[in-house]
Design a protein. Structure first.
Length: 499
């Protein structure tokens, strides 16, 4: 079965065939760095990471571009309110964004172009639009795109433009669906912009929001490329305007496949500071949850379905990950090869070679393991059907535990099961890796506790147990000694972090 994805442009699920197999050129709309990104923003970024990982899992080579919008209405207003330079204002949120990416194990894109570093490319693109008759200058010196001259305007959002008022213009960067109108390519300088301005053939000013993505995507991926993603709120006007200005300039199709993820709501309501349900990744970390738990929660619902985030659901997700951890621990103990935990995440550019190495191991799996891996793969091939993929994973966990209980899993098969989990985690990115293995200092404390128990020094044994627990680990007594496992309770983790 080949990979199939839902294409917003056609409103159909289509077989994914890149323009130049096996290369995939992917553009993902990145953050506007005027504040800390919310979990709603990261719902989109985690979806895009799942897509990237799935493409590589299926043998494609991915070049991904994620833009950083560091000049627009919001960033300028924020910098003016803070009374700092635009670059100083956006830098703090850019740095925070990359920290959050690492926290959520989102693989780095190949390119992160910032809008302010690509003003010449934007000016050049606007000049082409002037030459071809799609751009015009308004009375105030701003430059607009004439949507009436682009006959396919509205094809992505499927707009009915029969009631369009010719010549109507929208100056701001974001507007509502019913306000289809000519949009700003270049905004003439105004006093509220302060010192944020660049010279252009039309006078000092700054680019409009939409032209930024067209200029940067085409610079790094070419005039036509394979995939463009974002949230459903980007379909109109942003992505519609990208298509219009890009295809008007080049005369070529801009993007072959468009994918959009649905909104995230909190407790069934739109996220809002006034409602007290507005969360960043950092807010949730402060409650004691880990990055991988947040990642799992943002990923575990199909990207085209609205995600209702609740802390009750997050706790249930923690339980699912604890099941996965417990199975890994049993396999490690049975295989007695702690180095076999191989779900590492790399930022050194060797991701594709690691996947190829894992694939070679998968070719020799026992039939029952291969069947679950095949089910996992089929689910991903069905428009990233994460619900079915996770069901296949936990069916595999259930069957593996059953075989361990029955003594029907050899140490060699335990190693293969660990390799299978690592291969699957190349897509999911949620295994804790070496954090399943307790530090030597924790093991020494647990060993000292065992010796205290053997001396019947119960007070010392209790003290050592509490010290181990204070570091986030649990001691489980066993006939042959003890086991040490990670405490997955977020409340405990929060206490450790606060300490």
């Amino acid at each position: 079965m080949s990979l199939r994805i839902y294409n917003t442009l056609s409103r159909q699920t289509e077989e994914f065939v890149p323009l130049q197999t096996p290369q995939v050129r992917l553009y993902t709309c990145g953050p506007t760095v005027y504040d800390f990104a919310t979990i709603g923003n990261f719902r989109a970024y985690v979806f895009e990471d799942l897509l990237r990982r799935t493409l590589r899992f299926r043998g494609f080579q991915v070049t991904q571009v994620m833009n950083l919008t560091d000049v627009d209405d919001k960033t300028i207003r924020g910098a003016q309110a803070a009374k700092v330079a635009l670059g100083d204002y956006t830098r703090q949120y850019t740095n925070a964004f990359f920290e959050d990416l690492r926290t959520l194990a989102i693989e780095p894109a190949e390119h992160y172009p910032a809008a302010t570093a690509h003003i010449p490319e934007m000016i050049a693109l606007i000049e082409i639009l002037f030459q071809k008759g799609y751009a015009y200058r308004s009375e105030d010196g701003s430059v607009y795109f004439s949507i009436a001259k682009f006959k396919d305007y509205g094809k992505l959002a499927h707009l009915d433009l029969t009631g369009l008022k010719p010549g109507a213009r929208i100056a701001q960067d974001e507007y509502q669906k019913e306000n289809a109108a000519d949009f700003a390519l270049w905004k003439a300088w105004q006093s509220e912009d302060g010192d944020v301005a660049w010279d252009s053939p039309w006078g000092r000013g700054r680019p409009g929001w939409h032209i930024e993505c067209s200029a940067m995507s085409m610079k790094y991926l070419g005039a036509s490329f394979d995939l463009h993603t974002g949230g459903v709120d980007n379909i109109f006007p942003h992505h519609e305007d990208e298509i219009a200005q890009s295809e008007a300039a080049t005369g070529r199709p801009f993007v072959k496949y468009w994918m959009h993820c649905a909104h995230l709501v909190v407790d069934g309501r739109k996220m809002s500071k006034s409602l007290g349900n507005f969360f960043t990744v950092r807010d949730i970390l402060r409650r004691g949850y880990s990055g991988r738990e947040i990642r799992y929660a943002l990923m575990a619902v199909h990207y085209r379905q609205a995600l209702n985030f609740t802390f009750e659901a997050l706790d249930a997700d923690c339980g699912a990950l604890a099941r996965l951890d417990a199975f890994s621990e049993r396999l490690l103990a049975h295989n007695d090869q702690k180095s076999a935990v191989s779900g590492q995440r790399s930022e050194d550019g060797g991701q594709q070679s690691k996947i190829e190495n894992q694939k070679s191991k998968m070719s020799a799996l026992p039939a029952w393991m291969g069947a679950y891996l095949a089910a996992f793969t089929r689910a991903l091939d069905d428009d990233l059907n994460i619900s079915l993929a996770l069901a296949a994973l936990f069916d595999f966990v259930h069957e593996g535990n059953k075989r361990l209980d029955e003594g029907a899993l050899s140490p060699a098969e335990a190693a293969q099961a660990l390799d299978t989990l690592a291969h699957i985690d190349g897509v999911l990115g949620v295994r804790p890796g070496d954090t399943l293995i307790p530090p030597a200092a924790v093991v020494q404390l647990a060993q000292a506790r065992l010796q205290a128990r053997q001396r019947k020094d119960w007070a010392e044994a209790d003290r050592l147990r509490r010290e181990v627990e204070a570091q986030g680990w649990i001691i489980q007594d066993a006939p042959d000694g003890f086991r040490v496992k990670r405490n997955s309770d977020p409340r405990v983790n929060a206490q450790i972090g606060n300490g």
